[in-house]
Write a protein that binds this ligand. Structure first.
Ligand code: C5P
Length: 206
C-alpha cells in the first residue's frame, strides 16, 4: 500500500505521515528533507541558486541515510529548499530515489508536494492536507519559538505566503491537489483532531 500525503508548508502533513506510517507499519520518507538537504548544501558551499548544473550535482550526490532532519528543519533552509525545488534538473535527480522508495515491497508513506501527482500517481491512499496561511503561520511560529529561534508572527506569515506562491507557481511539479486526492482542511483542528480525521480518510480509501 502506498500512502501519498501532499500539502503546503506547516499544514501538519509530516505529523500525519509519521503517524500513518507507525499505524500501518510502513516505512516513511519526508521528501521535503531531500530538497532541504540540497538547499542546505548550496548555502554551505555558496552555490548560486541560478547555477542549475551545480545544484543538480548536489542532488545527484545526496545520501538518504545521512540526512539530519533536526538540522535541516531550521529556518533559512526552508527558503533555500523551495528555491532549489523549482529547478527541474534538481527534481529530475531526486525522482528515481523517491519512486523506488514508494514502490518498495509492502508499500510506504511519503509526504511532500508532488507525491500523489508525480512520484506515485498510483498510490492507494492520497491525502491533500491544508489549512489557511494564518493557521499554518501560527503553528510554525510556535514551533520556531520552542526551538529558540528569534522570529515575529508577521515574518513567519510572510515566509509561508512566499513559499506557497513559489511552490504553487513553479512550472515543474507545482503544488496541486491530485484530482483523486481526499482533502483534509485542518484549520480548526488540533494535532489529535487532525490525526483522527486523516486516519478516517485513509481507512476509507485503502
Ligand atoms: O515540506 P518542507 O517544508 O520540508 O519542504 C521544503 C521545500 O521543499 C518546500 O517548500 C518545497 O518547495 C520543496 N518540496 C517539493 N516537493 C516535495 C517536497 C518538498 O518541491 N515533494
Amino acid at each position: 500500500m502506498i500512502i501519498a500525503i501532499d500539502g503546503p508548508a506547516a499544514s501538519g502533513k509530516g505529523t500525519i505521515a509519521r503517524r500513518l506510517a507507525a499505524h500501518y507499519g510502513l516505512p516513511h520518507l519526508d521528501t521535503g528533507l531531500l530538497y532541504r538537504a540540497v538547499g542546505a548544501k548550496a548555502l554551505e558551499n555558496n552555490v548560486d541558486f541560478d547555477d542549475t548544473a551545480a545544484l543538480a550535482g548536489i542532488a545527484a550526490a545526496l545520501d538518504l541515510a545521512a540526512l539530519d532532519a533536526e538540522a535541516l528543519k531550521a529556518g533559512p533552509v526552508g527558503e533555500a529548499a523551495s528555491k532549489v525545488a523549482a529547478v527541474p534538473e534538481v527534481r529530475a535527480k531526486l525522482l528515481k530515489l523517491q519512486q523506488d522508495f514508494a514502490h518498495q515491497p509492502g508499500g510506504a508513506v511519503l509526504d511532500g508536494r508532488d507525491i500523489g501527482t508525480v512520484i506515485a500517481p498510483d498510490a492507494e491512499v492520497k491525502l491533500f492536507v491544508t489549512a489557511t496561511p494564518e493557521a499554518r503561520a501560527e503553528r510554525r511560529f510556535n514551533e520556531l519559538l520552542k526551538r529558540g529561534e528569534e522570529v515575529t508572527p508577521a515574518a513567519v506569515l510572510e515566509d509561508i505566503r512566499r513559499r506557497d506562491a513559489r511552490d504553487s507557481g513553479r512550472s515543474s511539479a507545482p503544488l496541486v491537489q491530485a484530482p483523486d486526492a481526499q482533502v483534509l482542511d485542518n484549520t480548526g483542528l488540533d494535532v489529535e483532531g487532525s490525526w483522527q480525521a486523516a486516519l478516517a480518510l485513509a481507512e476509507r480509501a485503502r
